[in-house]
Design a protein around this ligand. Structure first.
Ligand SMILES: NC(=O)c1ccc[n+]([C@@H]2O[C@H](COP(=O)([O-])OP(=O)(O)OC[C@H]3O[C@@H](n4cnc5c(N)ncnc54)[C@H](O)[C@@H]3O)[C@@H](O)[C@H]2O)c1
Length: 316
């Protein structure tokens, strides 16, 4: 059992607190916004109830046990004091990360490991000298209590033992760590998602399709095969000659990277920021985030359990 502190209790932070709690660790969760911290126990309890209902987690896990295992603490100093693993899950802004790392350098135990959940930032230049050796990236996918992948990246000065410790903790919790030799910005999955997003924004901004057309194409086309074949095994089944011809006879020009999308900007200006605000690309019918997360989680669990039985095709 390790004392774990999670800094940032937003979409990822509260869920990571739950992951570490269920993994047998004692967790302290903090956020600099009081209302976010207050919301976290309800979100964790909802996720937990879904996991228990699906038989993924022992029924002895109830709200009371959860509240003893994950303590919500408003003070950053109090939440990280004595913690051996500090998970940073604050907003994805370099200035905010830099500021919190400066505070953590003063507050962390000498042997504590700092693990950032950053999606895309190279956080290592943002770290003070005192944290360089013991900081890694441990990047999870949402919801992390259902998605098992964890990307682990060392920085240029990271002690390899920090990676080994967090890798072993992840494995012991039944997760699937992928260890990178060095910082690979975007890892694998986020790079692939970023490439897809470029095409999505182009299709939307040029008004060629609707968001529903995109999701229909993914759900009924791309996605069906991915859980069984990934994309590399799928290429083997497609035949590599076709892949080679596809590269030579490219029938359209890939999108040029842009730093914004008119469609996305307009939605955000309208307050449509996604499920947390009730609307995004789609209108979620006034249902609460808790209710929507619960339905998503139930469906993901059913899929995960089916995939466990089916098992992916595996070449060597
Ligand atoms: N959302 C995802 O799907 C996802 C997936 C993987 C990784 N991540 C990464 O996880 C991190 C958090 O993302 P999120 O989606 O949970 O964001 P979020 O906005 O939901 O939560 C971030 C939280 O950090 C808090 N915060 C900001 N500064 C703080 C500080 N100094 N001290 C304590 N709390 C502070 C905010 O109040 C907020 O509640 C980001 O680095 C993001 O890139 C997100």
């Amino acid at each position: 059992m390790t004392e774990v502190a999670v800094v940032g209790a937003g979409l990822m932070g509260h869920a990571l607190a739950l992951v570490y709690a269920l993994g047998g660790h004692q967790v302290r969760l903090t956020d600099n916004r009081a209302e976010t911290l207050q919301r976290a126990p309800g979100l964790m309890a909802t996720a937990l109830a879904t996991l228990v209902e699906a038989g993924e987690v022992d029924a002895s896990w109830d709200r009371q046990r959860l509240s003893h295992t994950v303590r919500c603490i408003t003070s950053l100093a109090e939440s990280v004091a004595g913690a051996k693993l500090v998970v940073e899950a604050i907003v994805e802004r370099p200035d905010a990360k830099r500021a919190v790392y400066a505070e953590l350098e003063r507050l962390l135990d000498a042997d504590a490991i700092l693990a950032s959940n950053t999606s895309n930032l190279d956080i290592f230049p943002l770290l003070p000298d005192g944290l360089q050796k013991r900081t890694i990236i441990a990047h999870w996918y949402t919801p992390p209590y259902l998605c098992d992948l964890v990307d682990l990246c060392p920085g240029p000065h990271t002690d390899p033992a920090a990676i080994t410790t967090v890798r072993d903790m992840a494995t012991a919790m039944g997760k699937v760590p992928v260890v990178f030799k060095q910082m690979v910005q975007g890892y694998v999955a986020n790079r692939l998602q970023a490439a897809m997003q470029l095409e999505v924004y182009r299709l939307l901004d040029e008004r060629l399709v609707t968001p529903k057309d995109i999701d229909d194409s993914v759900i009924h086309g791309l996605a069906l095969r991915i859980p069984i074949l990934g994309i590399m095994a799928k290429a083997d089944f497609t035949g590599l000659l076709l892949m080679q011809h596809g590269m030579k006879n490219r029938s359209y020009t890939p999108p040029v990277p842009r730093d914004h999308s008119d469609t996305l900007d307009a939605l955000i200006d309208d307050g449509r920021t996604g499920v947390m605000s009730g609307k995004g690309y789609f209108d979620w019918g006034g249902r609460s985030p808790e209710e929507l997360f619960r339905e998503r989680d139930r469906k993901l669990l059913a899929l995960k359990q089916a995939l466990r039985r089916i098992r992916p095709m595996e070449g060597t």
